[in-house]
Design a binder for this molecule. Structure first.
Ligand SMILES: [Zn+2]
Length: 350
């Protein structure tokens, strides 16, 4: 059995918590890209650069010169934009990414004005009070019309809200509510910040053990995944294989769980590359990595974005099991460590 470099689990969890607490809805992911860049700077052999689209590309020279590879995880998350400033001073939202309204009902939000100001508030049903609206509160459909943002400011008219600097098109982030307890990590946006943390922890493990990847390797921290085209651009043209590191879908009927890493062999975009997936299974077996093989029924990845953009390469997908994805998510440190070890096994593959 090969021995993989030691993983600094505390570093992984600390970085993850900080990243989760850095708002980054798709379109306004720059602060999270910058924070990741700052963290990866410590691992000297990584050459860091930005794509024109704003993603982070970190490249590591290999032991060998041939067979360049890439890994990707996305740092952008679900979020919203101000669609309309209503006559009562509250905000109508336009959702960014695919999620159901009920998953953010009652959540705290931050509105980012175009002048750089932030205003706090929360997402509520337009008829939120059961003392006022009775049974309607339970019966109303959660949709674009019936959900609004109540701002924590003295505003009761469109004019007053506009005077706060809030306009149509301002970004809105949802509070992640990060909590690490008994090995569990509970937070919004573990998709896919958990995997960005796994990549950072793998880079640190290599660096600390004075190793380098077998092949030239690029890490793409993409910033438009939740809307479908993240890694469509940004990977060097000579990359022969892409390992997408993204959350595994946990729920009834799924093989994945919060204590394993999963290999996704098929999702909404069809099967992944069988040859690369088979090698990944072999690496997991060889290194005693707890893993599952699964199919995700309603799921797309940056690998498919790249394939659809015309990439001629092998693409596979692994990641930690995340419960209640695109809702209030949860995973466990065991799944994060398993994913990081799998990434290391791939980086150091003979
Ligand atoms: Zn994702």
């Amino acid at each position: 059995m090969s021995v993989l470099p030691e993983i600094d689990t505390q570093f992984l969890l600390d970085f993850l918590a900080k990243l989760l607490n850095t708002p980054s809805p798709t379109g306004l992911a720059e602060p999270a890209v910058a924070f990741t860049e700052q963290t990866l700077k410590a691992f000297k052999p990584l050459k860091l650069g930005r794509t024109r689209k704003g993603a982070l590309l970190a490249s590591w020279a290999g032991e060998r010169d041939d067979g360049p590879r890439a890994l990707t995880a996305h740092v952008d998350t679900l979020g919203a934009m101000v669609k309309e400033v209503k006559s009562n001073g509250r905000l109508k939202l336009s959702r960014i990414g695919g999620f159901a309204w009920n998953t953010i009902e009652g959540e705290g939000v931050t509105v980012f004005t175009s002048k750089g100001r932030t205003v706090r508030g929360s997402v509520l049903l337009t008829k939120a009070s059961s003392h006022v609206f009775g049974a309607e509160v339970n019966e109303m459909k959660r949709d674009d019309e019936n959900m609004e943002v109540r701002l924590d400011a003295r505003t009761f008219s469109q004019k007053e809200t506009v005077e706060l600097g809030i306009q149509v098109g301002d970004f809105v982030s949802f509070d992640p509510r990060v909590e690490v307890t008994g090995g569990f990590v509970r937070s919004r946006h573990l998709d896919d910040k958990a995997c960005v943390a796994c990549l950072a922890a793998a880079a640190k493990a290599l660096y600390d053990s004075k190793k380098k990847p077998t092949h030239p390797t690029h890490f793409l921290i993409s910033n438009y995944e939740e809307v479908g085209h993240g890694a469509a651009a940004g990977l060097p043209a000579d990359v022969e294989e892409l390992l997408v590191v993204d959350m595994a879908a946990v729920g009834e009927g799924q093989a994945s769980d919060e204590f394993h890493a999963s290999l996704c062999v098929k999702d909404s975009g069809g099967p992944y590359h069988h040859g690369l997936s088979t090698r990944l299974r072999g690496l997991a077996e060889k290194n005693a990595i707890p893993y599952k093989v699964d199919i995700y029924p309603h799921y797309g990845s940056d690998g498919e974005a790249w394939w659809s953009a015309g990439a001629d390469a092998a693409v596979a997908l692994i990641g930690p099991g995340v419960d209640a994805s695109h809702s209030y998510e949860r995973t466990h440190t065991e799944a994060l460590v398993a994913t990081t070890r799998w990434v290391l096994a791939y980086l150091l593959e003979d």
